[in-house]
Design a protein. Structure first.
Length: 304
């Protein structure tokens, strides 16, 4: 038995003993994805967190995801295996900045990407993920809207809803922002005939080169049902594992250099084991913040 197999079995046994569910984001390390009860994107993981009857949720992801689970399931123990796993994009707007943003545009609803702190969600009218951002903005039925923190996702939504003016905060994901159109053209040259699938956190000039613009779980569904055999994948490299599982036999090409989110890779199988064994890394959200954030998150979960 390899070390990884033994460790995975230890994690599964501890999860049973502790009445715990292990949720893993699509960008997690391969072995962490493989040990999880559920692997998905932010929207899917939020839904699982809201629906589970387990007493403990181990969230293999980054801090805002565990916070969102806690907002939805306040009676459960939500554990983040690596407390330093944050999201630089979420840190690009504070609650005070969100209030100022709204103050500068009185009366406009604030749509906040789930990649944000609980405090910022508490200032928001509704949250969204990359999977449902267009639908969430459309559902508001307004012609002007504030969107935070991701300027690239905001630009993508604007391109899909030309009748809505989207006023975006100036945040971004460093891992997706780094991708250039030149890199994508090189990949297309190296793999002519491959379909290009891109995440909407990429810059508009990158998104413009894609055949399909999708969330991570959207990409998994897309490659499994597509007639194409080869794909250039423009999102964090952890997704390549899920894609290969969803469509065995098809070929997936990442970019050069690979797109890696260092925060997502902080969580290891050992850390998942340790937090299950020791009950460490508990994430809390103050009751007053939670109450205000819940409505925005629940509206999101109910949509799409
Ligand atoms: S990939 Fe980007 S948006 Fe996702 S956790 Fe990492 S920094 Fe944040």
């Amino acid at each position: 038995m390899t070390d990884l197999t033994a460790l995975s079995e230890e994690v599964r046994a501890l999860a049973r003993q502790r009445d715990a569910i292990v949720l893993a984001h699509n960008y997690q390390r391969q072995e962490v994805q493989d040990v999880a009860d559920f692997v998905g994107d932010s929207l899917g993981l939020s839904r699982e967190a809201a629906a589970t009857s387990a007493a403990v949720i181990v969230f293999a992801g980054v801090h805002f995801m565990a916070e969102t689970a806690k907002i939805l399931s306040p009676d459960k123990h939500v554990l983040l295996p690596e407390p330093r796993a944050g999201c630089p994009m979420a840190d690009m707007i504070t609650a005070e900045q969100a209030r100022s943003f709204k103050g500068e545009h009185p009366g406009l609803p604030l749509v906040t990407y789930v990649n944000s702190s609980a405090e910022v969600k508490a200032e928001s009218d509704v949250c969204c993920t990359s999977a449902n951002a267009v639908e969430v903005v459309r559902s508001l039925g307004v012609t002007r809207v504030l969107f935070a923190p991701d300027r690239n996702l905001g630009a993508w939504v604007a391109s899909q809803l030309p009748d809505v003016e989207i006023i975006t905060w100036d945040g971004f994901c460093p891992t997706h922002e780094r991708v250039t159109a030149e890199q994508v053209r090189s990949a297309v040259q190296a793999h002519p005939g491959a379909m290009v699938v891109a995440h909407p956190e990429c810059r508009p000039e990158v998104v413009a080169l894609a055949d399909a613009v999708l969330s991570t779980s959207g990409m998994i569904r897309y490659v499994a049902s597509s007639a194409a055999e080869e794909f250039i994948v423009i999102t964090e490299s952890g997704l390549l594992h899920g894609l290969a599982k969803a469509a065995p036999g098809k070929k997936f090409f990442g970019l050069t250099p690979p797109m890696v989110c260092p925060n997502m890779k902080l969580t290891t199988l050992e850390k998942v084991r340790d937090c299950l064994r020791d009950g460490t890394g508990e994430v809390t959200v103050p009751a007053s913040t939670r109450a205000r954030a819940l409505a925005a998150v629940e509206r999101m979960v109910a949509l799409g």
